[in-house]
Design a protein around this ligand. Sequence first.
Ligand SMILES: Nc1ncnc2c1ncn2[C@@H]1O[C@H](COP(=O)(O)OP(=O)(O)OP(=O)(O)O)[C@@H](O)[C@H]1O
Length: 281
Amino acid sequence: MTDAVRTHSLLKRYGPQVAVAGVDLVVPAGSFAGLVGPNGAGKTTTLSMVTGLLRPDGGRAEVGGLDVWRDQLQVKACIGVLPEGLRLFERLSGRELLLYCGRLRGIPRADVERRAGELLRVMDLEDAAGKLVVDYSTGMRKKIGLAAALLHNPAVLFLDEPFEGVDPVSASTLTEVLRRYTASGSTVIFSSHVMDLVERLCDWVSVMSGGRIVAQGPIGEVRGGHSLNEAFLRLVGGPRTGGDAGLSWLGAQPAGPAAPRGPAVQEPVVPQEPAVRQEEA
Ligand SMILES: Nc1ncnc2c1ncn2[C@@H]1O[C@H](COP(=O)(O)OP(=O)(O)OP(=O)(O)O)[C@@H](O)[C@H]1O
């Protein structure tokens, strides 16, 4: 079976810095895949290149066997993207945004209206459907962004930190929607820092560190009998704390009367005579 996503030695430099250093990302079709890695590992840069938002300096990216940069229109027609720092049409209401995105995708009006209504209901945005997107909260923006990315029923869905800022009730709704989506054969790949979530949702995981893939495969194999969090820390190197980490000053308070340890005592407030204004005197 063709992989949903496959990259070959994907490379991106920002000046002298190599952000993505020859990445061979593989995501089998129908997977619920997680892309994890420490801050600055290159996840967003990789996803941006795979979704045609950022041109690579080297290597190739394929989605469903199509070259992302050579077959741009075909690839864009079959993917949905919730990018980092999502920019939305702020002066449209949530419903208008979905109708607009649906029409841009070439979906017949009646179908767009039906799908938009269903997505708004499932995402619990019905009450906010008439509100301008500029007035949406962070979590509401994620949800309307995800609805827009799902509207055309893409074969592969790319989500950069989809659960960030989303409340637990909405997160479980999103989870259900995504589970249903992958159960019917479509593919989700999402980046996240929340290992518990990745462990719970994903059947496939790719771990990045320093611009490279350091482990990749079925989640059980990558975990190797440990929790994903433990496996992750082993793969990317544990926390940088210890005797020589500095911060010896942090938490150490100077001794003496200037450093009260008990509850702070409120100074009594002495009522002041009202000030007499010059012209009243
Ligand atoms: N536009 C840019 N200009 C310069 N450097 C950049 C740019 N975008 C990313 N980088 C650098 O490339 C590296 C990879 O960044 P990227 O955003 O892909 O990491 P990430 O894994 O998504 O991180 P995070 O988990 O913190 O979101 C980082 O060192 C970052 O500073």
